[in-house]
Design a protein around this ligand. Structure first.
Ligand code: UD2
Length: 301
């Protein structure tokens, strides 16, 4: 099979490319705005440097492809708040380009990255796919609109689509130096350097962390199945930040100071996913415990 991975030089995309490359022809398209070529070291793939905002490039690149894993995005809530138009161009118009190019090239299926951001502050837990969205940022609006476009392309043009609502994904290659990086990669790099970590708020906030290799498997299952629609991808487990910080220090065998500061503006308090739809329809389940994922992440740092 010939598969395209948009954002394939990035954190999640490079893991998808790596697993596919053992068995399939893989084409990575990435504009290197947040991805890095080093993420593709040792991965057998064709690399196309370019942006999903370039429709003719996508139409050329997608020719002959069987499926597209669409991971390219400016994956940052704060960036979208600062610059709704620039993030719209990539996250929404870029995704529309991906769908159009896939349709035009006769691609069978597009599996794309959506986000738990669409649930916002809706206090009901666990978050279920059929819950009403609560949009708190341009990023959330862009991802929800992407889901709507995907559904419309399925109905109108027969392009099969799946949208995976990622919760808090962590693992190797999540750049700890990026200001938009996830809390686990930031904590891991600080703990291993012996530097203090900062907790925004009292540390009682919770997240549903999922290891990147499980996210890759969710993508592969979605591509292989006939299913369409929206699926939560998480472990279905709530971890508070104080517990996370303690287990990370334990795993690293290194104690560092914790500095508590004011809560971060726009943060949600609790997050937990209902993952039974992905289990039942895609036959996917998370295999890595948080401890196993943390150990692999720290080995990488
Ligand atoms: C995640 C996604 C984001 C969006 C959002 C939707 C990541 C990296 N981001 O944001 O793209 O989908 O969910 O709700 O997965 N924190 C600290 N200290 C630090 C860094 C973070 O206390 O040094 C806290 C932060 O204030 C928050 C929690 O850790 O309460 C998780 O932060 P995050 O940036 O890893 O992820 P989140 O859930 O804000």
């Amino acid at each position: 099979m010939r598969y395209i991975v948009t954002g394939g030089a990035g954190f999640i995309g490079s893991h998808i490319a790596e697993v596919l490359s053992g068995e399939h022809e893989v084409v990575v398209i990435d504009d290197l705005s947040s991805g890095h070529c080093e993420n593709l070291t040792g991965i057998d793939c064709e690399f196309v440097e370019g942006s999903i905002t370039d429709l003719p490039l996508l139409q050329e690149t997608f020719a002959g492809a069987d499926g597209v894993f669409h991971q390219a995005a400016i994956a940052s809530v704060p960036r979208s708040v600062e610059d709704p138009l620039a993030t719209h161009a990539v996250n929404l118009t870029g995704t529309l380009n991906v769908l159009i190019a896939a349709r035009d090239c006769g691609v069978r299926k597009v599996v794309m990255a959506s986000s738990a951001a669409v649930y916002g502050e809706n206090p009901e837990l666990p978050k279920r796919e059929e819950m009403a969205p609560d949009l708190l940022s341009p990023y959330a609006a862009q991802k929800l609109s992407d889901e709507h476009y995907a559904a419309v392309f399925s109905r109108l043009y027969g392009l099969s689509t799946v949208c995976l609502r990622y919760f808090n994904v962590f693992g190797p290659r999540q750049d700890p130096s990026s200001p938009y990086s996830g809390v686990i990669s930031i904590f891991a790099s600080r703990i291993l350097n012996g530097d203090p970590i900062a907790i925004h708020g009292d540390g009682g906030q919770t997240r549903d962390f999922v290891y990147v290799r499980d996210v890759v498997q969710a993508n592969l299952r979605a591509m292989a199945s006939d299913a369409e629609g929206v699926f939560n991808i998480a472990r279905g487990e709530q971890t508070d930040l104080n517990t996370l910080a303690r287990s990370m220090m334990q795993a690293a065998g290194q104690e560092v100071a914790i500095r508590y500061g004011p809560p971060r503006g726009g943060d949600i308090r609790h997050s937990l996913a209902e993952i039974s739809r992905a289990r039942e329809v895609l036959g996917w389940r998370p295999e890595f415990t948080i401890q196993e994922g943390l150990a692999e992440t720290m080995r990488w740092i």
